[in-house]
Design a protein around this ligand. Sequence first.
Ligand code: IMP
Length: 199
Amino acid sequence: MKLLLATRNANKVREIKEIFTSASIELVSADDVPGLPKDVEEDADTFEGNALKKARTLCAASGLWTLADDSGLEVKALGNEPGVHSARYAGEPTNTPANNAKLLRNLQGITDRAARFRCAIALCAPDGREWAVEGSCPGRIIDAPRGTTGFGYDPLFVPDGYDQTFAELGSEIKNRISHRARALQAAQQAWIPLLQENC
Ligand code: IMP
């Protein structure tokens, strides 16, 4: 069966494809299906609300079982900001260097650098049923970017139990321990039987 990934973010498609593997499920990205809405406004105040909205919208437009994620970074000392605003923390349009610079500015002089990445994944069926799971990855924000792999806040985030940033650790380790990996593992366990039943 075809399972639509409700994202045009190539980094996310790559990470999801590396993790969400099952012989009988063909993953297609929103770019592979003509006529889908370009953007779904992420205006919910939770990751789960945004993931469900994206999955629901593209499921209705495509008629396909649809998987969507929404993710972001929560920094304890900043009252869990940037949170659902992670992609546009420094304003529109999304600008990763500006987001990272704003985060470092807001943390200047703050010694509590605890943070966590969070990810919600939603699944919608063409008959209107929907499900959601979450994963998180605790860590800390360092003082200056390090590393070249990954995307977004990866060069600033050191996961608990490691001394290197996600951007230094590389995709093999990141894909084992990240918020998205943990949410996808939960999704895989809960939903593969369901998807296979509906093939
Ligand atoms: P989304 O596309 O609405 O889920 O936006 C997520 C935003 O959160 C991204 O643009 C990044 O800024 C940040 N983010 C989410 N996951 C990650 C990750 O794995 N590494 C680095 N940044 C991330």
